[in-house]
Design a protein around this ligand. Sequence first.
Ligand SMILES: Cc1cc2nc3c(=O)[nH]c(=O)nc-3n(C[C@H](O)[C@H](O)[C@H](O)COP(=O)(O)OP(=O)(O)OC[C@H]3O[C@@H](n4cnc5c(N)ncnc54)[C@H](O)[C@@H]3O)c2cc1C
Length: 258
Amino acid sequence: MTTPPDASSTSLAERLGVRAVTATVKSVETLSPSLAAVTLSVPDIAIAGVPGNDVMISIAKLDGSLARRRYSVRSTNAEESTVTFWVTTHHDGLASEWLRSATPGAQTDLVGPRGKIVLDPLADWYLFVGEISALGAFYNLAEAIETPGKAIFIVEVPEATDIVTTSFDSGLGVTGIFIERQGRAPSDAEGILRGLAAFEFPEGHGHAYLFGEFSQIKAAKLALLDRGLTEDQISSKAFWRQGKANQDHGEPDKTSDS
Ligand SMILES: Cc1cc2nc3c(=O)[nH]c(=O)nc-3n(C[C@H](O)[C@H](O)[C@H](O)COP(=O)(O)OP(=O)(O)OC[C@H]3O[C@@H](n4cnc5c(N)ncnc54)[C@H](O)[C@@H]3O)c2cc1C
């Protein structure tokens, strides 16, 4: 039996002008040592929005209150009315533990669609920079690029076996630079900065999408501004922050003194 969403989810959705539904876990599939694909059955696929959007799941905390966590949509299936997102499972956190052990039939409130970053329709090339938690968002955005076009991925992964690839329309020129973390801290931007340094901007107008760990994203943005991209050519979003749980509304702490 499907229970209605919690009143707090319904009122949050109302405030945001989006939807709240009860979603049911359909499957959890291991993609790599650090990444799993979670598919939820939803009563209304509109909750997934457009490529670049995310949804908020709710997890009950020990005190009974709900914490929310945001996950970018990897794909949707309108016929089956499902939403899939790719989640990192290698850390100990409220959501990752819940999702790791979720079995088909488990339920969660879903609030969405969330997020303002969508594909720039005018770009000639698209650069996706970040770490493994952003891979689902990057691939979903890249699949929406009108062909012919160019997509470049510079993505840090914990280990080589976490390089999860996908196939794109043959009209899309794709370059993938995957960097193994090799024991560096996730907040250490050295790997992606090296990846960026090895990459020459193509001709034409580019748009960069920077998603992932807070400090890495900050460093990558500075490097791209330094290379001549303008603020409006860069869309960045910190997904999480090393050493700090995301806040109950799903955002990482962005204060600079911590
Ligand atoms: C708009 C948006 C979209 C997002 N989309 C995705 C997505 O598609 N896939 C995805 O996997 N994540 C995504 N995230 C990130 C995800 O919401 C956070 O990683 C969240 O912190 C996980 O919650 P948790 O309860 O497991 O861990 P928390 O309770 O938040 O954190 C517990 C501990 O784990 C650490 N931690 C949190 N996340 C990670 C991580 N990824 N790797 C290593 N350590 C971590 C924290 O630093 C903390 O020390 C997104 C976040 C936002 C804001």
